[in-house]
Ligand binder design. Sequence first.
Ligand code: ATP
Length: 222
Amino acid sequence: MAGGIGIFGGTFNPIHLGHLRGAEEVREALALDEVRFVPAAAPPHRRGVALAAATDRHRMVELAVADVPGFRSWDVELQRPGPSYSVDTMRALRAEVGPAVRIAFVIGFDAFREFETWKEHATLFTLCDVVVMTRPPWPQRLGAEEIPLAAREAFRYDSSSEVFLHESGHVLNLQRITSLDISATAIRARVAANRSIRFLVSGTVERYIAEHRLYRQEDAAR
Ligand code: ATP
């Protein structure tokens, strides 16, 4: 099936080239019409981590995707009070586009490993497809044991297409992408240590971080 919308949520603290290249490869592989980058306003999993203001993180996403065909930023989680839950965003999008449009929820392998802790994660599989991107150092294959227990029974593996088919008709699969071992944590640590982040983030994001003096504190390195 071609076309549809990719939803790529994240803390984006800051957005970096690992995010952008991964999203580009998923967009191309699935022939998506667009990928929407959704910064979490109040990420439920990120308490204690040095977090730039949601408005700064969203602005950096806007700068990073500006003029990139097929990419757009979506501030839906900034408009909503309280913690940012992907399942709420997905419900809102389903209500907007109706049942026929393909929606692919894009997530890195490391984040998928923690999926079990996400609010109503089993429900998310009933609302959309889920595409797990490879990310070093995590494995290059997706086993049934990686699927949260609460959702596992609803899936059946199709070995010819290498996808897990959900009883709702949606699919879960692994997308192998170019391995870029870039993390926002390492970028924040570099900024705090006054080291270069050029070619780890877009030039526009690099300038925004410098101009707004983000991540300068030592505690930003965490
Ligand atoms: P941090 O280092 O602060 O934890 P991060 O670099 O992991 O941040 P997030 O904003 O937390 O960035 O990531 C958003 C999504 O992008 C997650 O699903 C994550 O797995 C995925 N992701 C981040 N970096 C990469 C990368 N280099 N390759 C593939 N996926 C990535």
